[in-house]
Design a protein around this ligand. Sequence first.
Ligand code: ADP
Ligand code: MG
Length: 709
Amino acid sequence: MSKITKWDSMEVLHESKNLPIYPHKAKLQRAVKDNSFLVVTGETGSGKTTQLPQYLHQAGFWRDGKIGVTQPRRVAAITVAQRVSEEMHCSLGREVGYQVRFDDCTSEDTVVKYMTDGCLLREILTDPVLSQYSVIILDEVHERSLNTDILLGLLKQTVSSTDEACKGRSLPLKVVVMSATLETDKLSVFLGGCPVFTIPGRSFPVICRFGCAIGEKDTESTVYVKEVVKMALDVHTGEPAGDILVFLTGQSEIEKACDILYEKAESIDYRYDVQDGKVEGLLILPLYGSMPTDQQKQIFQPPPPGIRKCVVATNIAATSLTINGIKYIVDSGFVKQLNHNSRVSMDILEVVPISKSEAQQRAGRAGRTSPGKCFRIYNQEFWEKCMPDYTVPEIQRTSLTSVILTLKCLGVHDVIRFPYLDRPEERFIMEALKQLYQCDAIDRRGKVTALGELMVEFPLPPGLTRALLQAASLGCEDLLLPVAAMLSVENIFIRPGHPEKQKEADKKHRLLAEQAGGCNDFTILLSVFEKCKASDHPSAWCKNHFIHWRALKSAFSVETQLREILVRLQKKRDFPMEKFDGNKSELFRRCLCTGYFTNVARRSVGKVFCTMDGHGSMVHIHPSSTLFDQEAQLDWVIFHDVLVTSRVYLRTVCPIRYDWVKDLLPKLHEVDVYELSSVARQEVTDEEMAKWDSKESAKRQAGVSVEET
Ligand code: ADP
Ligand code: MG
């Protein structure tokens, strides 16, 4: 796949010998041979991610098993694998490959495998001792992603426990933990006092300037996008040659910023407006997770002579990817982060101020090869009052439901005393146990059920998996598989910036909704999927209907993969089968209820709904929903997702009947989470279980009588 000319490959070789890691090659190879655990630390850009796996390959580790490298972000896994395959002169997917959720680019020949931390976690489920690998490199550990944190604990257990756990391995597994910054002592202590290998850094001073625009209350994207663009243009016109890296929050903000930048840059008169006569143009490049990979490659190429490159990126450019030639940083001060929201008991992507350490990391990107400058759009007050010192690890701020099911399936019953690098709050563990119990993945002893064992096989959120499995047991998986796939890819509806085009798009989308029966957002997803698939020219169909063709293409592939998992499970196990007599629409919505009854709301007055999860939050239907403005006709609804601003908005909504959830709703309240967790700590006797059973039934009876009165 990769085409490298001789000249190119010589250049690549030359470049990699210049990296700070290169002089330490032999020592690093030795250190990995001599230790079970090794922590490697060094400045970002020193060559850890791209070089160390190659050094271990050269040292012959691949003969004993694959060299696996994990990344918290899928783009990083893909781009780095691409780069390393070029450096090793092989085509991607052969000796060097990658695997991310729903995209496996490896083969039997693959010996250096980059993958997301989530993928390795799934692999442990089928092969707990990782018998395919000689070395596992956990990369970007400083990011403290949930999956990497869990992997740390699991690998600590696997490697430290003697032979019993290592059955199935001929040689002991080597684990290398790589981190860009700090915390290396803590990591070393966690891993039993293993050695820390520090790659001496090479960084130049970066001058940081605060702006005056953004204060405490300016979290509106229109404000910071405009400010960031203004700052980037000031740098372009006022500063000497050197590339610019702009940190923004997400795809839509980045696209918006690039559009405005492009427009403004057009009107620059380079004879008068630009200070440095050598700068004759601006090349604007976006960089975010769901971008096509060929477009991402452009980011790394040096700009043509006289042209200044300006990359507008998410946090991915902070540590995961290093772009050469950056001399100026423009920092928005914000990041999009997944946080647990207790108001709605869900994880929500929200825009929050970055931490001070994150801001320093961003600034540092300007000083890799020469002194640089960092322009912050926020003021000193914002820095002091709004920005925390450090970013809270994901394990302490997001839902643990999926990982706890994984742990339980791996035989870790005591999920409270699992070796966490930083312990999550016990209430988060309880919340996860409760959710697993509610969707029948664990029983009241906290043990994984047969259903839970099926659920863990799907790389989907538990509620969605539960609905899918319900559909499969009723023989109507064809209704749910496309929906699950559509909910796993980026937003499929295009809403152009231009007002006229926007109207046209809205009209087309409304038409699609009408054709789908206009009744609920899940059915629309199903209908778009089916219509596009049946079309002779799917890409043209998408264009005509303002639908993202790329997203739909991914949805087709995801659907196929989910179907493969389902078929495999149906062959392997006794699959529960049930019967249902009713129409298709009811069948579809009832399946959804089985998974989403935790996300149920009832209309209270006017357009306001009230959730049933015990918080009783007041919520509204989002304008993007086909049910928006039809609230008066609704009573009960379930929803897939929420958007939280000053209000809580429900997105992807479906009307249901109370009858369908009546028997499920008591589950939201009846469960005593301490029962679920106390089982984790000690094996429960049957006597105790019997006591609980009687308590439970008493409670249930009480519940019924309340309802009857
Ligand atoms: P670290 O992991 O220590 O942060 P990396 O191994 O990611 O360092 O990067 C080392 C060097 O390789 C950097 O100079 C970076 O610019 C370069 N590099 C990494 N990926 C690519 C790529 N896809 N194309 C071009 N250069 C790359
Ligand atoms: Mg790296």
